[in-house]
Ligand binder design. Structure first.
Ligand SMILES: [Zn+2]
Length: 136
């Protein structure tokens, strides 16, 4: 009962606010890593870096300027490039890596995805139609 009340209050508070997005979650995770590193490095400034990251994440979560926060989050995700799936959903990225191999077409460099563990596969490029072999 008490915890349900707490959850309802949190939901009320989050209404109209940004909430934890990818960038905020990433900042908190980096802050945790920085704190752990600082357990060994024992520098004074790393603690401030971690604190700044958490404060920025809190600012994002409570922000009511949804348009700006959404644009920043999108810019952040685009800047990640190929690392993006690992930040957004590491479990799905890991499953993808384990079940599929990514290869490039030998003539047009189009990326193709083939299932792993099927031996040598003959692939037809979906873009230019070139046939090439991939060890899966
Ligand atoms: Zn091709």
């Amino acid at each position: 009962m008490a915890s349900g009340d707490w959850q309802r209050r949190l939901a009320d508070w989050l209404r109209g606010r940004q909430g934890p997005d990818d960038l905020a979650t990433f900042c908190v995770n980096v802050a945790i890593v920085v704190v752990v590193v600082n357990l060994f490095a024992r520098t004074s400034w790393l603690g401030w870096v971690a604190l700044a990251l958490v404060v920025y994440a809190m600012f994002r979560i409570q922000s009511k300027n949804l348009g700006s926060r959404a644009r920043e989050n999108e810019a952040f995700l685009n800047a990640l490039g190929p690392v993006r799936p690992w930040v957004q959903n590491p479990r799905a990225a890991w499953a993808e890596l384990r079940s599929y191999k990514h290869a490039r077409c030998s003539s047009c460099k189009q990326k193709v995805r083939v299932p792993r563990g099927k031996g040598k596969l003959r692939v037809t490029c979906p873009r230019c139609g070139t046939k090439f072999e991939v060890r899966s």
